[in-house]
Design a protein around this ligand. Sequence first.
Ligand code: BTN
Length: 254
Amino acid sequence: MPSQREPRIFYRKEVDSTQDEAFRLLDSGEVPPFFVVSDIQTSGRGRYHRPWVSGRGGAWLTLLLEQDRKKFHNAWVYGFAASLSVVELLSEFKIRASISWPNDVLVNGSKISGVLAEARLNGNEKAIEETESGHPLAVGVGLNVTNDVSRVAAPYPVTNMLDNLKSSIDFESVRKRLIEILFIRAFNGEQDLTIKEYRTKLQTLGRVVTVKSGNWMISGKAVDLDSDGALIIRTDKGLEKVFTGEIVRKRTQG
Ligand code: BTN
């Protein structure tokens, strides 16, 4: 059995997506947990199948794990642990970051990192929120470190670590540290504490938001998170719980 204290790490110079490579390794018999890390992704993907620009200088990695339901009874809370890992890493570089629900990490309103958490179900990847427990999970993190973000076409501002520091940065040590923090949070953490800390970093609470999920939209004030990690929104019709979706952001907004 591989020790949970020493995750195996599969390094790639170039891969289509670390998510896909992780599921391929799983299919070929590799036993979770393990990381897949790549310098470049040729088909990196974001949430809702959007392309994720993944050139050299970004930390592109996936942690493939089995959900420990005693610790995290809702699989998507692993996504919260992942965004908190990025916030913790950035704080070690004195970069203050916050989280926009569910897992975008922002620095001064610009996106620096995103998380894609998927489950493997009958040979297909599925968004983690749409899946019942008990399937292998791929928790993917993309963090802009020194990569050029000027040509990332996104409907919101984007940044990287280098632009938020006064000095240069050692890419390899940042990536290594992110792997360490993510592993600790995923295996030593648990749901209640993760949600408690996540709440303190969540800039969404107290704001009037519009959340889009599939074909529906919901607008109101984000007032709280419940113990399952659902976002509670006060709408004209009362309190609504939202498990999945994304906040519709205006171009000028964070
Ligand atoms: C988002 O904000 O939409 C999520 C972006 C997730 C990107 C990471 S990079 C590593 C992993 N491999 C992928 O193809 N996507 C995730």
